[in-house]
Design a protein around this ligand. Sequence first.
Ligand SMILES: O=C(CO)COP(=O)(O)O
Length: 257
Amino acid sequence: MKKFLLGTNWKMNKTLADATQYTNDLMPIIEKYPAFDFFIIPSYTHLWKLKELIDTNKSALKLGAQNMHYADSGQFTGEISPVMLKEIGLDIIELGHCERRQYFNETDETVNLKTLAALKHGFIPLICIGEKSEDKNYGVSKEMLAKQLKIALKDVPSDKIGQFWVAYEPVWAIGVNGIPAETPYVKKIHDFLRTVLIELYGPLGKDVPLLFGGSVNINNAKDYAGLENVDGLFIGRSAWEPDLFEEIMVSVGDTLK
Ligand SMILES: O=C(CO)COP(=O)(O)O
């Protein structure tokens, strides 16, 4: 059976000591919830150490990076290449998060280049898309999302289906000032994204995992998780403590039964 995806983006948070503690605490917890496929996305500096911890404990916890350059090497001061991340043995590369689009000039075109590079190197690209509040207010959310998705997936062939994930994260729902999305709205957008994927890939488009993120918390996680086209949740703040993350696992687990 396809497992429900449950993971967390730590953004620029946690020291190495915090990251180690969190991972040590989380690994035994996830053993209790086999219905899920779990992942964590820490800062680059923690990845080697956490990968060793996960391997030592033979844990199924997947590990990802928050960004990646698309070139294997080159004159790109401050960037990290797929070859370098491959050495660590990561599973996932998160791409196109709205904070990277907003503060670091990430564009649909660079997300596409990075997606192709990630697939070439055997990572799962976790492609983030989301409309801004003004897009929503002008009634062009679907247009914006279709554009982001189609550009991100340009030249990604159908034999890669299942090897990339898409996270819908409305910009206005993310972070401390975010407004949680209403469940019917999430349903409408996820159903729409599925139609775009089917337009791109035919019936195989049904097999692209679609995650939802943005102010996911203990009060709304089960409602989002119950939607037909939500295959996972991508959580920030509410999963940054293992015990709070576990409360979400329990609540979502009840919904999936
Ligand atoms: O950005 C997110 C996941 O990538 C979500 O963040 P919050 O859950 O803190 O809103």
